[in-house]
Design a protein around this ligand. Sequence first.
Ligand SMILES: C[S@@+](CC[C@H](N)C(=O)[O-])C[C@H]1O[C@@H](n2cnc3c(N)ncnc32)[C@H](O)[C@@H]1O
Length: 213
Amino acid sequence: MTSEPWPRQPGYDALAELYDRTFPGPWQRPLDRHSVDAFADALPRGGTILDLGCGTGHVTVELAFRGFNTIGVDPSARMLEIARKRYPQRTWITGDAHFPAADPVVRAAGPVSGILARFSLIHVPPEQVPAVLQSWAAHTEPGCQVLLVFQGLLESGQDVEEFPHAVARAWRWNPSSLAQALDEAGFAETWRAIVCPDQGHEYPECHLSAVRR
Ligand SMILES: C[S@@+](CC[C@H](N)C(=O)[O-])C[C@H]1O[C@@H](n2cnc3c(N)ncnc32)[C@H](O)[C@@H]1O
């Protein structure tokens, strides 16, 4: 049993070094960079960004280099350890996809301008996703930007479906269903982009941007 309120990540803990070797940089495809650029461009200079499910922190640090106050959050102790070791001067805290409202570092940072969740919301059981999005809305102000990146479900009429993932249980979403869940929580979609499957990627990858109303 764990006393932590967030789900432990034995898969990511066990495979963190391999993950780091497999993905040694922040970008796998050009759109990865461009969607994060578009997210960052919509933020106020020096604003605070929460990277929920930051993993080894590559993308978080890209944003820190651009002058943002970044807070990387992840439930995997080992993934965070790699991030901390590589970028000790940045802020890394243990947590899950919920808004870490009780964390003293987050409280001290003031209003959050942007929330990034790249390939992390896929690990949240779908029935818990509305509560996660509501926690974001409860602790942000109008104008807060959100960028979700996730494996998409386009070919069936379903909202969400579990898919085989090498590391942990994961679900891929119809982007319209996730946009609707965001909308119901108080975030209006601003744009979406979808990369088609290719040899290295079995599923479409969706980039979904929204703003807090
Ligand atoms: C595929 S990695 C993505 C890392 C990073 N966001 C990126 O874009 O490179 C998924 C990360 O989500 C984290 N994760 C797993 N379950 C989570 C949850 N319930 N809430 C937040 N993050 C979670 C994992 O520990 C892992 O570090």
